[in-house]
Design a protein around this ligand. Sequence first.
Ligand code: GDP
Length: 472
Amino acid sequence: NDLASLMDVSVNDVISTCMSLGMFVSINQRLDAESITVIADEFGYNVEFTSTDDEIEVEVEEDAEEDLKPRAPIVTIMGHVDHGKTSLLDYIRSSKVTAGEAGGITQHIGAYDVTTESGQKIAFLDTPGHEAFTAMRARGAKVTDIVIIVVAADDDVMPQTKEAINHAQVAGVPIVIAINKVDKPNANPDKIKEALSNINILVEDWGGKYQSQEISAKTGQGVEELLEKVLLEAELLELKANPVKNATGTVIEASLDKGRGYVATLLVQNGTMKVGDVILAGAYYGRVKAMFDHIGSKMDKAGPSTPVLMLGLDGAPQAGDKFNVMESDREAREIATKREQILREQSIRTKKHITLDEIGRRLAIGSFKELNVIVKGDVDGSVEALSDSLLKLSTEEIQVNIIHKGVGQISESDVLLASASDAVIVGFQVRPSGSARKIADNEEIEIRLYSVIYDAINDVRDAMEGMLDPEV
Ligand code: GDP
């Protein structure tokens, strides 16, 4: 809104320009300096920044060419539900941890890195699916270098497969195809390759440019070859970083741990992070008290493309927040305080998460295209029936996605998923657990409870229709 009035153009023009640049923004959203520069440029303006944004941005000096060293690729695994994303991540993680290292106990910290048989490293983001990937991108974080698209050979190229491919392509991130479950008797990799060719993804052995590998996340067949193909793709990207400077990178996840205080998984993308460094991450800061890798081994320092679990922040920054190492506590505190103030203003002005009532406002400003829903119910039949009916409400303007469905009470993890992917939760004949309710209140996640399926369908339909912009 402010930017539009500075340039004397309509807010809608600014918002649609943002959308054409891949930024989905709301009318009151604060934009970072880089986005403002790009958007203003589209309208023929040059931007000169005075004070405010300098106060919350940390300047990072350019790297000299001779300081740049090759770095490991950072990989995200995406694909349709049940095609084996989690299994593949688990297989890679566990097969690369030798017994004896910290007892071989691995923990999910949101990311891990492995060394392949050829001795090269790869870092994996451990939250499969394009929701997390997209949530990160929505926050301006560029983390993933390469995407592995998993397709089950006993199934088909499914809607979420296409969506994942689409998300990767929009982000300009190269794709490697993993055709999974080839251990199954009814596996038919050729059928998958053909289906891929129908959506313009021509794999190498069909004369195309996309590398693909047949794998089994269950037996491990083909997984090492898949990793080598990822490395081949990485080579083309000539990924580089400067290990000899203060670290910068992205927050992968953060939480409050009863015994240890705030724990955050950070992915170092440039520089080297050390115990004792003062970290500014989003609106929080603190000195690195200790760092660990995903098997719980202590680390003193972490270079580019290394995920670390760190202790010492004074709060939990959001996934996708950038972090910087600062020269002093004072400097970090000053910026953190200003950022926190802005966050507070923002959360007052715009609702963080979608609700059925919020749909209308978002439609009006043209920033609403997808309604993500989580469906929980008391029996499988009603969950399926409700999910199917909600899916069928999709129109050309709004796609309804059932991002998760299941039988049972609404759990903490349902609410966290809703938070990460901006979804509403619809419960049929079930209720949230106490802790789920608490998080939902904090995160402002809408939980709608029904005992009649038609009521649920009608409410969602009304929300989608009542607000539909007649122009669209
Ligand atoms: P996700 O939803 O994509 O994360 O899929 P999961 O990793 O949870 O896998 C879904 C189901 O497929 C699970 O029951 C897995 O055990 C099974 N599965 C995954 N990969 C393989 C595989 O390579 N072979 C076989 N036979 N089953 C697999």
